[in-house]
Design a protein around this ligand. Structure first.
Ligand SMILES: Nc1ncnc2c1ncn2[C@@H]1O[C@H](COP(=O)(O)OP(=O)(O)OP(=O)(O)O)[C@@H](O)[C@H]1O
Length: 254
């Protein structure tokens, strides 16, 4: 068996040469990335770097110009239906029905999958029990975020894809979501997420990739990235991120 086949079998996500343009703007330029099974992989990058575009391309929500996408050893987008049964994608809140209750929403998402985790178990996991009769439109930001993460987990997926799962929430809920994601990873799932929080990237993610100038600039464990790119002994991940992706926004806009 060749080495490259071995590597791919151990991987949940294999992307080769992915290119995506919006009219004349190249957002992703020949992007490669491999994400191993059972890791929490964080994508960090500045606003507008292309994180959401990357996620939407690999999950089949956006067409791309060229490249190969393989999720769980299934080539996309031609195996989209099969892929969707095995991956959990955090929905956008705008895609939920505002007048539905939390319980009804969870039940609806359960019906999309052949197998799903019991509604009560999901409620417990994300502390949603008190909210089951609340309507989506009445939920606070943190409550919505807990629900959105829960909806991504409902089909007991092998691969979970989350776009900024902890944006705008308090430290308690962030800790809860981190615990849940680590638990799910320890039970065998792979998690791909985007984040703007360097603490989250450092403490939660097994490996990180920095998306910059239309490509993944570096990939590695947080420590590997810090050690390889620090300028001073005490540099944090945020220092390294700023060094690698630029600090002077005003100068760049001019
Ligand atoms: N539908 C679209 N049509 C045209 N341009 C788009 C479209 N969607 C995204 N873009 C552009 O693609 C680039 C990448 O956007 P994207 O939302 O993927 O970045 P991001 O890294 O997720 O940013 P943020 O951190 O701000 O969420 C931006 O320049 C954006 O304006």
């Amino acid at each position: 068996m060749s080495h490259s086949v071995n590597i791919e079998e151990k991987s949940s996500v294999v992307i080769k040469g992915l290119t995506k343009r919006f009219q004349s703007e190249v957002v992703l330029d020949n992007v490669d990335i491999t994400i191993s099974k059972n890791e929490i992989h964080g994508i960090i990058g500045r606003n507008g770097a292309g994180k959401t575009t990357f996620i939407e391309c690999i999950t089949g929500f956006l067409p791309f110009d060229s490249g190969e996408v393989k999720l769980l050893n299934l080539e996309g987008p031609q195996n989209q239906k099969q892929i969707m049964q095995h991956i959990g994608i955090q929905p956008q809140v705008g895609n939920l029905l505002p007048r539905q209750t939390v319980y009804e929403t969870i039940q609806l998402f359960t019906s999309f999958y052949k197998e799903s985790i019991p509604v009560e178990k999901l409620m417990d996991l994300l502390a949603l029990n008190q909210l089951e009769t609340k309507k989506i439109k009445d939920l606070s930001v943190g409550q919505k975020q807990r629900l959105l993460v829960g909806l991504a987990l409902i089909g007991n997926p092998s691969l979970i894809i989350l776009d900024e799962p902890t944006t705008g929430i308090d430290p308690q809920i962030r800790q809860l979501i981190w615990e849940v994601l680590k638990e799910v990873r320890d039970l065998g799932s792979t998690i791909l997420l985007t984040t703007h929080y360097m603490e989250e990237a450092h403490k939660l993610c097994d490996r990180i990739s920095i998306l910059h100038n239309n490509r993944f600039l570096v990939t590695g464990t947080p420590e590997e990235i810090i050690n390889a790119h620090k300028k001073h002994l005490s540099d944090s991940l945020e220092d390294v991120f700023l060094n690698l992706t630029g600090t002077d926004l005003r100068k760049e806009i001019d």
